[in-house]
Design a binder for this molecule. Structure first.
Ligand code: XIL
Length: 445
């Protein structure tokens, strides 16, 4: 690669060419740092000065300096978009046209990126992440969690099975750590989740204990009350939103999940029971039902809204709907999502995207899959920003090396799914920048 130095004659250019190949142009921050430009001597293309004229030829302009940490390259003024190389062609016609006239200098533009949390505050939106096992073992993940989000969710640590591995005993170590961490960093906590019957939701002892009870329905109600009182009261005033009931419907339909141990013993009224117990324990917490699959199953979403409406009609303390946002099978559709969010809002409820991940394999046919994924992230965030009732978006994980999708039955075959904002090395992906841009474009009013 060569460094371009426009000269007044092609002959002189030829003479100097061998010397120029080894040259480099350091970048300097100009003004408040928005613009970096080269300081190459005698280089009117690269100086912050106009050129008298161009010399015919192809130029590869190479900047030696890397953008500093916290900076990202926005683009070149006057040529391509690759950093650190700017390839320009100066054809004879241009030389003729500009001969003796003033031509513009080349400039490289950089931008200092704010954190997601700073942008989220500006947009008046909660932007969160679920933190899992790597959070507890990695300082780098903790630094990311502390700086990039306004809201934190426990990926697993607050599930009933995690908190109460054996009957009547609680281990709050990790949950406490998380709440203390969020408090120390001025972050909101979403409580996830009190009652979930799938995967690692229910404690392993629950089934046997109910099977042995004289009145299993009453016993379950008592166990739920005891669990709520142990957990919700411990964090009363510190957990702003609770996913009280997680995934009440069957995976692919709008019917209640008959595999749910709660539904089996108590019927659908387990939901109202759980909401009433949680509300009595912490009246300040916003209580949510959180559901999966609704972004690509319209009838399941209808059923969820009908359930919410019934509960409200009965006066149940339901305050919000969580739309999980695991885009396992379909790319996000902004118009569909806006409509869904508005329909929740029309019930007088808050709505959040609570578990967003968008697998990269969805975009494998695209020329630039990472850019297409970035656009999808932008679509989800801008949908939420368009709807007043939508108060937050939470990613289900921090970076691509720790995503539940790489072991989940429906997505394990596609691993690595790379569905998050930061890559395996915790570096921001194009999706990170697209979310930032969407947030920064908001005035937060
Ligand atoms: C997942 C976790 O990410 C995994 O680590 C765990 O093994 C299983 O649960 N819907 C939910 C979340 O509400 O609690 C699930 O989290 C993902 C699907």
């Amino acid at each position: 690669m060569t460094i371009s130095i426009p000269l007044r004659s092609v002959a002189a250019w030829m003479l100097l060419l061998p010397l120029l190949v080894a040259c480099s142009h350091p970048l300097e921050i100009v003004g408040d740092g928005d613009i970096l430009s080269s300081t190459g001597q005698n280089d009117c293309l690269l100086e912050d000065q106009p050129c008298d004229n161009y010399v015919v030829g192809d130029y590869d302009v190479l900047f030696a300096a890397e953008p500093r940490e916290g900076w990202r390259f926005i683009g070149w003024e006057g040529c391509g978009s690759q950093f650190p190389i700017c390839s320009i062609n100066v054809p004879a016609a241009i030389v003729k046209e500009f001969w003796g006239e003033v031509a513009p200098p080349l400039r490289a533009e950089f931008q200092l990126w704010p954190t997601l949390a700073e942008a989220a505050n500006q947009a008046n939106l909660e932007v969160g992440a679920a933190v899992g096992s790597t959070f507890f073992s990695s300082n780098d993940v903790q630094l990311n969690a502390a700086t990039q989000y306004t809201s934190i969710t426990a990926e697993n640590a607050m599930k009933w099975a995690s908190l109460a591995p054996t009957p009547n005993t609680y281990n709050f170590n990790q949950a406490d750590q998380l709440v203390n961490f969020a408090n120390a960093n001025g972050q909101r906590v979403r409580g996830h989740t009190l009652f979930w019957h799938r995967l690692n939701g229910p404690p392993s002892w629950l089934q046997a204990e109910l099977a042995a009870a004289n009145d299993p329905a009453m016993h379950l109600e008592q166990l739920m009350a005891a669990h709520t009182s142990a957990v919700v009261s411990r964090y009363a005033g510190q957990i702003e939103q609770w996913d009280v009931v997680n995934e009440p419907f069957a995976t692919f339909t709008g019917d209640f999940d008959t595999d749910s141990i709660f539904y089996q013993y108590l019927g659908e009224k387990f939901i109202e029971i759980a909401l009433l117990q949680a509300h009595a324990t912490d009246p300040s917490a916003a209580l949510f039902i959180n559901e999966t699959g609704v972004v690509y199953l319209p009838r399941k979403f209808d059923a969820l809204l009908a359930l919410a409406q019934n509960l409200l009609d009965e006066g149940a303390p339901l305050h919000g709907i969580g739309i999980q946002g695991h885009y396992l099978f379909l790319k996000p559709n902004k118009a569909v999502l806006v409509d869904m969010l508005q329909r929740v809002g029309a019930l007088g409820l808050k709505v959040e995207i609570t578990e967003l991940d968008i697998p990269l394999p969805l975009f494998s046919e695209e020329p630039d899959p990472l850019a297409a994924q970035a656009q999808s992230y932008a679509d989800v965030f801008s949908a939420c920003l368009e709807v007043i009732a939508c108060t937050g978006v939470t990613m289900w994980g921090i970076n691509d090396s720790d995503t539940w999708l790489d072991s989940f039955e429906f997505t394990v075959a596609n691993a690595p799914n790379r569905p998050l904002l930061f890559d395996e090395s915790l570096q921001p992906k194009p999706a990170f920048y697209s979310v930032l841009e969407i947030l920064l474009a908001e005035d937060g009013l």
